[in-house]
Every structure is written in structure tokens, then in C-alpha cells.
Design a binder for this molecule. Structure first.
Ligand SMILES: Nc1nc2c(c(=O)[nH]1)N[C@H]1C(S)=C(S)[C@@H](COP(=O)(O)O)O[C@H]1N2
Ligand SMILES: [Mo]
Length: 198
């Protein structure tokens, strides 16, 4: 593996580990929805059904992915929907600089708007040209390859637009608010002033 592709302190494991907290949820297309709420431009919540979601324009992203426990998965191909398509269909208030990505069972991760709109960030429904497997986030996960992988929330169910930054599940439990693997931003004690909410 090219060394330049591996952030400091990371290694390439054998196989492709799957990890998450809690159990794998089941998917029911009739009841599944994707909610966009919080500081929307209209003040209203937007709701996408699975059918609505499937109609959004699609693209693919090839990217590596770095877990804070130090393994990296290299060269993954994801297919899905760019966050821009959702921001367009359900626009945020102009003051929104942060979002919370919400998943089944209340798992969450916060992102800066600039990380959500980064060119490699994707709401993925496919992994290596097949629907994502249930344990990797079926039917929908976000991939944010330029941040540690706990921000790549599996089983996503919505976005909350935030006027002020707020910590997600692992960010509240001692992990870094920004989580850039190239700067080894692993833990919240490493945060510089301005990198996280008080
Ligand atoms: N909903 C949810 N998403 C999650 C997690 C989780 O516990 N719940 N774990 C995160 C962590 S810590 C990692 S490393 C990646 C692992 O993704 P993988 O199982 O596809 O390797 O998923 C992330 N997304
Ligand atoms: Mo992780």
C-alpha cells in the first residue's frame, strides 16, 4: 500500500472488519423515512420516503476509510446520493454551519456543513456495486472518507440542521469533534479552541 495514502498511526488489516455499537436494524421500505429537520429554510420538516430517496440523482465515490481504532479500509467504491441533492430538496437556513446525522437507535455524529458538502461525502446505498450489506448500513449510510469512520454513520435516518454545533454519540464520549485522521484528531482532549462546542 502506498504510504502516502495511509494517515499516521493507521494500518491495513487482513480482511474488511465490520464494527458498530449495538445490533443491526431491520429495514422496512413501507415505514422507512429520511427526515430533514432542525433549522430548515422553511421552518418545516422534510420527509423522504424510500421511494422518494430512490429517485434522487446518483453518483459514485472511490475512497479509503479510517477507523480511530487504527485499521483502514482502502479503495472502497460507494454508490449513492450526494448530500447536495438533499440540501437542494430540503434547504437549510442560511445560518446553518453544522449538522447532526441521525441513525437507527439514536446513534448520531455531528459534521461541519463543509464536511457534509465535501466532494467525497456520499449518502451511500451501494458498496462495490451491490446494495450495502445489512451490517455495513443497509439501506443507507453516509460515508465521510476524510474523517475518522465513526462519522460515517450506518443506517442513517435523517439530518438535523444546527445553528450551533452539538456533539454526537462518540463526540460526547471523548472523541474529537472534528476527527481529521491526517491530523490524528482522535480524542476530545486534543481539541483546540474553536474546534468543538463548549
Ligand atoms: N449507526 C452506526 N454507525 C456507525 C457505527 C455505529 O456504531 N453505529 N460505528 C462507526 C464506526 S466506529 C466505524 S469504524 C464504521 C465501521 O464501518 P464498517 O462496519 O463498514 O467497517 O462505522 C461507523 N458507523
Ligand atoms: Mo471506528
Amino acid at each position: 500500500m502506498e504510504e502516502s495514502r495511509l494517515p499516521p498511526g493507521q494500518y491495513v488489516p487482513r480482511g474488511r472488519p465490520v464494527i458498530h455499537y449495538g445490533r443491526v436494524p431491520s429495514f422496512r421500505p413501507e415505514t422507512w423515512d429520511f427526515r430533514v429537520f432542525g433549522a430548515t429554510a422553511s421552518g418545516e420538516e422534510h420527509r423522504f420516503t424510500w421511494t422518494d430517496f430512490e429517485r434522487l440523482p446518483r453518483t459514485s465515490v472511490m475512497a479509503d476509510f479510517h477507523c480511530v481504532t487504527k485499521f483502514s479500509l482502502m479503495g472502497n467504491e460507494w454508490g449513492g446520493v450526494r448530500p447536495a441533492a438533499i440540501l437542494q430538496a430540503a434547504p437549510p437556513d442560511p445560518g446553518v454551519r453544522h449538522v447532526m446525522i441521525w441513525a437507527e437507535y439514536g446513534y448520531s455524529a455531528n459534521l461541519r456543513m463543509s464536511d457534509l458538502t465535501a466532494q467525497d461525502t456520499l449518502f451511500a446505498t451501494e458498496f462495490d456495486d451491490k446494495p450495502i450489506s445489512p451490517d455495513r448500513g443497509f439501506p443507507l449510510r453516509i460515508v465521510v472518507p476524510h474523517l475518522y469512520a465513526w462519522k460515517s454513520v450506518k443506517w442513517v435516518r435523517g439530518i438535523e440542521y444546527l445553528l450551533e454545533d452539538r456533539r454526537g454519540f462518540w463526540e460526547e464520549r471523548g472523541y474529537h469533534n472534528i476527527a481529521d485522521p491526517w491530523r490524528e484528531q482522535r480524542y476530545s482532549y486534543q481539541e483546540e479552541p474553536g474546534e468543538g462546542p463548549p
